[in-house]
Design a protein around this ligand. Structure first.
Ligand code: ACO
Length: 372
């Protein structure tokens, strides 16, 4: 079984909405500037107690439920994030524990591109025959790494998590091809300079606000428009398909203008692109899985749809994958699936005993009626 079907999907976003109007009260910006330059109208910001792990677990539970499996069925958990709860331990192990899974787990850092890197990695474990059920999560509480006095960055980002279960399958579904790229020469364009090995946490780091994201927006914009269309085309070529076979492109939601330029480069109409940046802003590694989940919920991604997932981010990195959706099983028995294994077995036995009793009770009536 060499294919990895997307068997389950889920998302979690914080309750708290911060609108552009709210930001007008705190920094020198305007709703008009943010909407025309980025397409963002509002974003979700994690409240107290909401963490990368807690949102990941919520998204993962939905994905497991839809896939019809329990956490202990998982063989591997892969978490893409640039905002883990702690530097150590890896947030992936916290998520594994909170889900009650008994498998390996690791965190993958590739900026906003991380989820596509994760999906491609999961596909390799399945193609190699090592694993059957892999949970891939993209999650961020990036709001805690943002300088809320810096209008260049604070208007852009939001928090959230998205998760998928990749399951071994014999039919050609899941990741059909992928392209992964990195150009570290552009590292300084999107960086948190302080708090790492080069500039360990100190009063100086705090005074210089070096523990927050610093971004050269124009350079990142140029880079994004250079790589998005190119990576998508390369991934499509590798899959043996053509642009005409693509039903929907799910791009990283960083800036609506970047998405429009990518559409133009690819020669595809904008309605072939899924866009939800207006409601969430840039949720970094969570943006593509959240968009994928919403595309399914809105019926834009349906059974057997062929998708291109494409992103770019800190590193600088980029990635694209052609993904064929298989059967989209709906959570018809969602309640049933939430019952733990042992309780389910007891319920099945009770139902069996009940129907045997009912059978024994009804049998004499049945024989009397059929004899007449
Ligand atoms: N409100 C009002 N004015 C602003 C704001 C703001 N929030 N932010 C910047 N400006 C001002 C600038 O100061 C500048 O003023 P000046 O001309 O007096 O110097 C002016 O607006 C224009 O600035 P530009 O940088 O040229 O604006 P641009 O049209 O390039 O848009 C933006 C800026 C939105 C940041 C854009 O460059 C962009 O989206 N870049 C990509 C960013 C990105 O995708 N980052 C995430 C990468 S993914 C990851 O891994 C996290």
């Amino acid at each position: 079984m060499k294919y990895g079907r997307i068997a389950g999907w889920g998302k979690c976003v914080p309750q708290k909405i911060v609108t552009n109007r709210d930001l007008e009260q705190t920094v020198d910006t305007s709703d008009e500037w943010i909407v025309t330059r980025t397409g963002i109208r509002e974003r979700r910001i994690a409240g107290e107690g909401e963490t990368t792990a807690s949102m990941s677990v919520a998204a993962a539970r939905q994905a497991l439920d839809r896939a019809g499996i329990q956490a202990f069925d998982l063989d591997l958990i892969l978490v893409a994030t640039s905002s883990p709860d702690y530097l150590l331990p890896p947030v992936s192990s916290m998520i594994q524990d909170q889900l009650g899974a008994q498998c390996g787990a690791f965190t993958l850092v590739a900026g906003c591109t991380g989820f596509v890197y994760g999906l491609a990695t999961a596909q390799q474990f399945i193609a190699g025959g090592a694993y059957k059920n892999i949970l891939v999560i993209g999650a961020e509480v990036i709001s805690r790494n943002i300088d809320w006095t810096d209008r260049n960055t604070c208007v852009l980002f939001g928090d959230g998590a998205g998760a998928v279960v990749v399951q071994a399958s014999e039919s050609p579904t899941g990741v059909l091809s992928f392209v992964l790229g990195s150009d570290g020469s552009g590292a300084e364009h999107l960086i948190v300079p302080g708090g790492g090995v080069v500039m360990p946490m100190s009063q100086r780091v705090v005074d210089e606000r070096a523990h927050y994201i610093r971004m050269n927006g124009r350079e990142v914009f140029k880079f994004a428009t250079r790589v998005m269309g190119k990576a998508a085309v390369e991934a499509i070529e590798k899959s043996g398909l053509t642009l005409a076979d693509i039903d929907l492109v799910i791009p990283h939601q960083a800036n609506e203008r970047i998405i429009e330029l990518a559409a133009r480069q690819l020669g595809l109409p904008l309605d072939k692109f899924f866009i939800n940046i207006d409601r969430y802003g840039n949720t970094s590694a969570a943006s593509i899985p959240i968009a994928l989940v919403e595309a399914i919920e809105q019926g834009r991604c349906t059974e057997n749809s062929t998708l291109v997932l494409v992103g770019f981010g800190a590193g600088l990195t980029w990635a694209a994958a052609v993904v064929k959706m298989g059967v989209l099983e709906q959570p018809r028995f969602a309640m049933w699936r939430t019952i733990p294994g042992r309780a389910k077995t007891r319920a099945r036995l009770a139902m069996g005993a009940l129907s045997m009793r009912a059978g024994a009770f009804l049998l004499p009536f049945y024989t009397r009626v059929t004899r007449r």
